[in-house]
Design a protein around this ligand. Structure first.
Ligand code: SF4
Length: 256
């Protein structure tokens, strides 16, 4: 990839669930994790990938220059209103934070709200200089037991905890998002760890949702095996919300 270019799979406009207000969501390609329930498999590899879908061929991932990306985002400026703005998602957007540096700085200077949807598994020392350009952090909360976290998603639970502490101490606006599935995140010992962890951050709102199979067509298009899940029911989501609330954790359900 040429210097300064940003690898993007999709720019989605008029999004209502990716942070406050109406937002334009930019999906960056490349992730350092491998969650078995990932709904965006096309965003995991750091390289462009050819695909075939319903007889149509294409490539996941296109490089944007800073000015091209800014132009795309600023087209939507009139829709953002008071609260809205741009959300960088992925993949793991922090992987490309160096390449995003000038775009983030410009958006920040122009007063455009910036959110980042992140698994927060990259040491903060690597992105702390840009941390204040980001207004809202939408933070995945998945598996907290160190060995299981590493084995299942390839993550580092200690790094995650240190990053959350770093942002919290800075007073950044945060929300935790917990993807729920019976196979991994809903295991009783994981839920207990999540509760203990959230008790340290009672001022941070929490959103829970069931993992889904909406990304399965994309697995197929890449020639990958499609994951099959028993979808967590609304009743279970209600029970988890109630359980969290009993511990003073502010939880809401996002029904997908
Ligand atoms: S962090 Fe997100 S994009 Fe990366 S593998 Fe997990 S679910 Fe997929």
């Amino acid at each position: 990839m040429s210097k300064g270019s940003i690898l993007i799979t999709n720019i989605q406009r008029m999004c209502f669930h990716d942070g406050p207000g109406i937002r334009t969501t930019v999906f960056l390609k490349g992730c350092n994790l491998h969650c078995p329930w990932c709904a965006n498999p096309e965003n995991i590899s750091v390289l462009p990938q050819n695909y075939e879908r319903n007889g149509k061929r294409g490539t996941y991932g296109r490089e944007y220059s800073d000015s091209e990306l800014l132009e795309e985002i600023l087209k939507d400026r009139n829709f953002f209103g008071e609260e809205g703005g741009v959300t960088f998602s992925g993949g793991e957007p922090l992987l490309q934070i160096e390449r995003l540096r000038s775009v983030l700085t410009t958006l920040h200077q122009r007063g455009i709200s910036i959110a980042m949807e992140t698994a927060l598994q990259i040491p903060y020392q690597a992105w702390k200089d840009q941390a204040d350009d980001i207004d809202h952090y939408l933070i995945d909360l998945k598996i907290l037991k160190k060995d299981i976290c590493n084995m299942i998603i390839g993550g580092d639970a200690d790094c995650y905890r240190a990053n959350v502490r770093f942002l919290h101490e800075k007073g950044k606006d945060m929300i935790f998002r917990i993807p729920l599935n019976h196979e991994y995140t809903l295991k009783e010992d994981n839920l207990c760890l999540i509760e203990e962890f959230l008790e340290e951050y009672k001022d941070v709102p929490v959103e829970i949702f069931a993992t889904h199979m909406l990304g399965n067509e994309k697995y197929k298009s890449l020639g990958l095996e499609e994951p099959v899940w028993e979808k967590v029911t609304d009743t279970v989501l209600d029970q988890i919300k109630e359980r969290f609330e009993k511990r003073g954790i502010r939880a809401k359900i996002a029904r997908i």
